[in-house]
Design a protein around this ligand. Structure first.
Ligand code: FNR
Length: 412
């Protein structure tokens, strides 16, 4: 309503309120490498197209004369109360867009009252991002490392800094085939971007040889200085912190060794339950059998996602996978959805098809590119405002009222 009133009063927002213009304007603000990494997807981009096409095959059927004057968008997922069924998706290497990206996203998320899921590939140490969230809840997203003590260290830090849940992303045991990045020869992580959770982690520093067990300091080589400089560019404040405990040039190589585990399986995953008391969600589920298995493993929620089309090209759209997954696990388990969410109407459709809440990915980074923390806030608030309006115009007084009876399949 506030967004609407401002528009009616002739005040122009600093970020466009529609997804297409938001993306166009953001692109102009971003470097080629940042655009390639953020907007790009796997292979020919078919999964990204499917994600959007899936939404376009559903129609919302408005209801009238229902007398609904106020909507309650509030809900709760995995123990976290939400003012609206929206969270900001974890995004790595945001420092490609802005220094201190995670802190700015966190401030924007907090201003909108929307949780942010901190990425394992975040651009500032999670403790710092946590401070920027204030009282707004946040979660931590983990990539399961090949180094088990590093898994414990990251989870322990997430608990200590106040994360309300752990999201284990399981679709990125290896990085997808990303032609846009490959053609530019620019993999952010290899440049020391998006590795702040590691360079601030005692276990990682030990692995990288920065603090050898024997207490002996590694030699300061030219390579080490270069690594430090590239890391410090990505993480303000990181330079001085790192200067006090110099990283050997091995840091980036060590990261590439430990960041994700292609051998990760259900048995290993099951150990997490005894390693943390936080709710656990699994991100990257697309097959009903995997969803069933996750629920049997006792997780607190699953996130239906194809990673925004960044991992497997020509993969099933998240929205197309949703109904089958909901049917397989029944109405009770918590199911979130991302990949292709651009508008409040999209959130409406996903909820009507069985999701409890949605994650917004690229659009919040576009808001960041255009207007920093305030851009992130506006993007989140616009999606929520449009969801609220759509509910008003279909007579849905609460998110639990959203069901398939409000949808029609497109003809043809
Ligand atoms: C991502 N995504 C992601 N997911 C994750 O679990 N950990 C991560 O570090 C990242 N990093 C990341 C970086 C960038 C630049 C993008 C665009 C995405 C995937 C993200 O959480 C989410 O699943 C998708 O972005 C959702 O799709 P849309 O909304 O971008 O279409």
């Amino acid at each position: 309503a506030i967004v609407y009133r401002q528009g009616a009063l002739g005040r122009r927002p600093s970020v466009p309120v529609d997804a297409a213009e938001l993306e166009r304007r953001a692109r102009r603000k971003m470097s080629r490498a940042a655009w390639a990494y953020v907007a790009g997807g796997a292979g020919e981009g078919a999964t990204m197209r499917h994600n959007r096409a899936a939404f376009e095959r559903w129609r919302i059927v408005p209801r009238v004369l229902h007398g609904v004057t106020a909507r309650d968008l509030g809900t709760e997922v995995a123990g976290t109360p939400l003012r609206a069924p929206l969270l900001l998706a974890p995004v790595g290497a945001g420092a490609l867009i802005r220094r201190d990206s995670d802190v700015l996203i966190a401030r924007g998320a907090a201003a909108a009252g929307v949780p942010y899921i901190f990425s394992n590939q975040g651009s500032s140490p999670m403790e710092r991002t946590a401070t920027a969230m204030g009282d707004t809840p946040f979660w931590f997203q983990l990539y399961w490392s090949t180094d088990e003590p590093l898994v414990d260290s990251l989870v322990g830090r997430a608990e200590a800094c106040g994360a309300r849940a752990i999201v284990v992303t399981v679709d990125t045991t290896m990085l997808g085939w990303r032609p846009q990045d490959l053609n530019l020869g620019s993999l952010p992580f290899a440049r020391g971007l998006g590795i702040a959770q590691y360079t601030s982690d005692p276990r990682f520093l030990e692995l990288a040889g920065a603090r050898p067990a024997g207490g002996e300091r590694p030699p300061v080589t030219l390579g080490a200085i270069r690594t430090l400089l590239s890391i410090s560019r990505a993480h303000p404040g990181g330079f001085w912190a790192n200067l006090r405990s110099p990283l050997p040039r091995k840091a980036v190589e060590t990261f590439l060794d430990v960041y994700s585990n292609p051998g990760h399986d259900w048995t290993q995953l099951a150990t997490l339950r005894s390693r943390t008391s936080l709710p656990i969600l699994i991100k990257g589920i697309l097959h009903p059998d995997d969803a069933r298995r996750a629920v049997e493993a006792g997780v607190d929620g699953i996130i239906v996602s194809n990673h925004g089309g960044r991992q497997v090209d020509n993969a099933v759209a998240s929205l197309d996978a949703l109904a089958g997954i909901r049917a397989a696990i029944g109405p009770e388990p918590t199911v979130l959805l991302d990949s292709g969410i651009r508008t409040g109407a999209d959130v409406f459709v996903a909820l009507a098809l069985g999701a409890n809440a949605c994650l917004l990915g690229r659009p919040h980074l576009y808001g960041l590119a255009l207007a920093g923390a305030d851009g992130v806030r506006q993007v989140a608030e616009n999606v929520i405002a449009e969801l609220d309006l759509t509910m008003a115009l279909t007579g849905a007084a609460s998110v639990s009222a959203l069901d398939p009876s409000l949808l029609a399949r497109a003809a043809g």
